[in-house]
Design a binder for this molecule. Structure first.
Ligand code: EPZ
Length: 425
């Protein structure tokens, strides 16, 4: 038995040019969408994070053939041989995104069985919006303990008015609707770039999808979809994480592939802090230089294009080291403040009331023994550890590996002092 952890040391100003990986929250749903086709598709710019390997295992458990091309960061996925429609509990427990195979399985085979994806530390993560949508489409939904079965001879096109622009529910409805006769409409749909990347590959497969103004998506079903080749969009969340690591160490980096166009609210907040941020033509490329005296800024997480909830924890670290008092409000998840306790261990002045954190900036953070509670909090604690005086240890790093292909390696190349440790226990 081994315990894996990171040792994080106060690091010099991060400097350099960095590539980015493909977006985790695009590739997972896009891999699931391939179930809608029968044949061999190729995905390029795939981030090989642990969640991607979990999705590979899930597709293989259904009968798909997957070939991993590590050197070219690509996958070949053959869905001709999918014969099963049930996702086992083990896989569901490890990756909530498994719910995203339900729409494609229902649309292509008329049935699906999944173990209810358990909640996680950031919230209960219910899937009621997904299941209610399938029921409204005509699927028979039944629950047996922690397993949910869906069966439908014919799914029916419907108009959905989402009470909340759920990313996953939008994606599941959109995928199911591609093979349903008639027009399906989603009002108040999620507008995240990852949803748009899914729509892009579905259209390449032959789906008829219109992304209308004000968050309306219309899908007119077709008899079948064909396998394709697709390049995953760059990860805006990895880009934001690298910028914040540079901000707290007072450095300067260039992200030539940085999707500045999908980070505008976040980048504006960095400018309000006094950092220098430029983006390239059409917003592709982000050029960042940290200010020596960052000012505190407040923000509220919102559905896209608002401030992304997945950058809330990393941004909070920058607020802890900024001059002044700020308020961070989490509105998307009901328990996404687990990093606060860890930052307080490092000397951060944070008062938490529900999902509202009041932060009083301090001159420095101090090294501590840290435990990562979730994917984005783990990235935040790496950022805090390389900014803090002294040395920190960070355990729970499986969360980091789930969300990023090699965040520590990328940060080390920019000058971060991070050491991976594995000790027998
Ligand atoms: C996706 O999760 C992302 N995950 C999350 O990233 C991201 O934080 C989230 O969208 C918001 O942008 C993937 O794409 C794999 P939601 P998802 O449905 O689809 C509630 C990360 O760290 N809700 O928009 O689960 C839900 O509980 C992860 O990369 C219901 O109540 O997000 C949450 O409070 C974390 N019922 C809110 O809506 C439902 O049926 C937003 O959830 C569905 C959602």
């Amino acid at each position: 038995m081994h315990s894996e952890f990171l040792v994080l040391e106060k690091s010099p100003a991060l400097c350099g040019i960095s590539d980015l990986n493909g977006a985790k929250n695009a590739v997972l749903v896009i891999m699931a969408s391939l179930i809608l086709t029968s044949g061999k598709s190729k995905l390029c710019n795939v981030p090989f994070s642990h969640d991607v390997f979990q999705m590979i295992a899930l597709l293989e458990s259904l009968g798909a053939g997957v070939v991993i091309h590590e050197e070219s960061q690509s996958l070949t996925i053959d869905t001709t041989t999918i014969i099963k429609h049930a996702v086992n509990a083990e896989i569901m427990k490890k990756m909530r995104a498994s719910i995203l195979v339900m729409g494609p399985l229902l649309a292509r085979f008329g049935k699906a069985a999944i173990a209810l994806p358990g909640g996680c530390l950031i919230g209960d993560r219910p899937v009621d919006m997904h299941l209610n949508a399938f029921a409204r489409m005509g699927a028979e939904i039944s629950l047996d303990g922690s397993c949910v079965y869906a069966q439908a001879v014919h799914l029916k096109a419907q108009k959905f008015i989402l009470a909340y622009p759920s990313v996953g529910a939008t994606e599941n409805i959109m995928m199911a609707a591609t093979l349903i006769q008639g027009k399906t409409t989603i009002v108040n749909a999620a507008l995240e770039p990852e949803v748009f990347d899914l729509a892009a590959i579905l259209k390449k497969m032959g789906a008829h999808i219109d992304l209308l103004p004000a968050g309306v998506i219309e899908i007119v079903g077709v008899p079948e979809l064909k396998p394709v080749t697709h390049t995953i969009i760059m990860d805006r969340l990895e880009a934001g994480t690298l910028l914040l690591a540079t901000a707290v160490t007072g450095g300067e980096i260039a992200l030539p592939q940085g999707p500045g166009h999908s980070l505008e609210v976040f980048l504006e907040k960095l400018c309000e802090m006094g950092h220098s941020v430029d983006t390239g033509i059409d917003g592709i490329g982000i050029y960042f230089k940290a200010t020596k005296s960052p000012k505190a800024v407040s923000f509220k997480t919102m559905p896209y294009p608002g401030f992304p909830t997945d950058l809330q924890a990393p941004m909070m670290v920058a607020q802890c080291l900024a001059d002044g008092t700020s308020t961070v409000t989490e509105t998307v998840f009901e328990n996404r403040m687990l990093h606060v306790r860890e930052l307080q261990k490092m000397g951060a002045h944070i008062e938490l009331e529900g999902m509202i954190a009041k932060i009083k900036g301090v001159d420095r953070l101090y090294g501590a023994h840290l435990i990562a509670p979730d994917i984005r909090a783990s990235a935040a604690l790496v950022i805090a550890g390389i900014a803090a005086h002294g040395s920190s240890t960070l355990s729970g790093i499986h969360h980091l590996l789930r969300g990023y292909q090699n965040l520590c390696g990328t940060l080390q190349k920019l000058g971060a002092r991070i050491i991976y440790k594995s000790e027998a226990i």
